[in-house]
Design a protein around this ligand. Structure first.
Ligand SMILES: O=C(COP(=O)(O)O)[C@H](O)[C@H](O)COP(=O)(O)O
Length: 320
């Protein structure tokens, strides 16, 4: 898909969900690289850097986006010609997309082991990773029932209940504010994540933190299903995850809002659930406690402070 088209689709949420955003972005980078007609390495790198920046700027919260883009851009290190660089980008993008899909499958397998026959599960938003756990448990023959929230204001819950319905899973569709009314009927909460910080806090769709708190009070386990590329390396350096504030018209019709001059509509798209309310994070390399987030970033992603120096090196080559 074309670069600008992909960027617009991510911005407008036609492409949404942290995993899908990441895969679409690297696909767009790969296609952009293939279509560049220059034979000058510096101008190729410049154009790739601009493309990467454009994609990363589309949505600020899902760390899967910069992580995926950076994985692919790292493949440019050492490329001596445009042809070499194009081949490297293609290989890195294809490999990222494939491993991202495999990661969701693995998470499904591992997550399903935490679901018992007869369980009632609550999920929020529309997460491929969380759904993979639920759908895998169902495929394994476990009788499960799901509570799925509506997810104001963009109603991602509709996507979730369609997927659950298509699989033949008994599902209860509830408004976001009904979670506490049903939490005692729920055995397990499973959500996805847009970002996980070094201290194990989980950033996910607005409302997740309230659900986690409710689950904690009810002693209902809160499980987060997330690929390792949702962990945020820069939080090691103290960088905070930006919480996207989307346009207020998503919450209240602009004409109504215009007649309410003393009312300020707020529309944060994500919130932060502290690690102490998360029982387990199911990743493709295993289920871990949130306290292990630092190890995932350091040992598995292998991204530390050196990564930022590498990014500078690319900048320097562009300026040559
Ligand atoms: O919060 C959302 C989507 O928000 P939005 O709809 O605003 O993009 C999802 O729970 C995570 O992105 C994880 O999804 P996945 O597991 O599919 O990566």
């Amino acid at each position: 898909m074309l670069l600008n088209e992909t960027a617009e689709k991510i911005r407008s949420m036609e492409i949404r969900g942290a995993g899908r955003i990441a895969r679409s972005a690297v696909g767009a980078l790969r296609d952009h690289a293939a279509g560049l007609e220059t034979s000058d390495t510096a101008s190729f790198l410049r154009s790739m850097k601009e493309a990467a920046d454009l994609l990363v700027a589309t949505r600020p919260t899902a760390v899967s986006l910069p992580n995926a883009v950076q994985t692919v851009m790292r493949s440019l290190e050492g490329a001596k010609s445009v042809d070499e660089a194009k081949a490297a980008i293609k290989a890195a993008a294809d490999s990222f997309i494939l491993s991202s899909k495999h990661a969701v499958e693995w998470i499904g397998e591992i997550g399903a082991r935490h679901i018992s026959d007869g369980d009632v599960i609550l999920t929020h938003c529309n997460s491929e990773a969380a759904l993979a756990c639920i759908l895998t448990a169902h495929r394994e023959g476990k009788a499960i029932e799901v509570f799925a929230t509506e997810v104001r204001p963009r109603n991602q819950g509709l996507l979730t209940i369609r997927a659950l319905n298509d699989a033949g899973i008994q599902t209860n569709f509830i408004v976001d504010s009904a979670v506490r009314s049903y939490i005692n009927d729920v055995d397990l909460v499973i959500t996805g994540a847009d970002a996980i910080t070094v201290n194990g806090a989980v950033v996910n769709k607005i409302g997740t933190a309230q659900i986690a708190l409710t689950a904690h009070e009810a002693r209902t386990p809160m499980v987060v299903a997330a690929e390792t590329y949702k962990f945020a390396p820069r939080t090691i350096l103290g960088e905070r995850i930006a919480i996207e504030e989307r346009e207020t018209g998503e919450v209240l019709d602009r004409r109504i809002a215009a007649g309410l001059p003393h009312v300020r509509v707020r529309n944060p798209a994500f919130d932060v659930t502290p690690a102490r309310y998360v029982d387990l994070i199911v990743t493709e390399i295993g289920a871990i406690p949130p306290a292990m987030a630092y190890m995932i970033i350091r040992d598995h992603l292998g991204w530390g402070i050196g990564e930022f120096h590498k990014a500078f090196e690319i900048d320097e080559r562009i300026q040559e």
